[in-house]
Design a protein around this ligand. Structure first.
Ligand code: SF4
Length: 87
């Protein structure tokens, strides 16, 4: 099945990079597959359990993966499922 990224290509990528609405004070819930994919890439400490769900961890009010210098998602191609469909 085609992903949202492949359907929208660069337009969606640019929209996502400008939006960043899910990236500050993120409450994003993670699926097991999201955690496994990001762990395979070598990331650790990016999630915690809140409200009974695995969620992205915030650091100083921003998602663990938000690059504050480049203002973008450091794992854009591998970002969690919820980030792909947000909002
Ligand atoms: S993983 Fe990326 S897109 Fe998702 S909230 Fe974090 S910085 Fe934003």
């Amino acid at each position: 099945m085609a992903s949202a990224d492949s359907l929208w290509g660069d337009d969606l990528r640019e929209f996502c990079r400008r939006c960043l609405r899910c990236c500050y004070g993120t409450e994003m819930v993670l699926l097991r597959e999201d955690i496994e994919r990001l762990r395979r890439l070598g990331f650790r400490g990016f999630y915690e359990i809140r409200g009974g769900f695995y969620r992205l961890r915030n650091i100083s009010g921003r998602c663990f993966f938000l690059d504050t210098v480049g203002r973008g998602c450091k794992v854009y191609r591998d970002r969690p499922s919820g980030c792909r469909i947000y909002p």
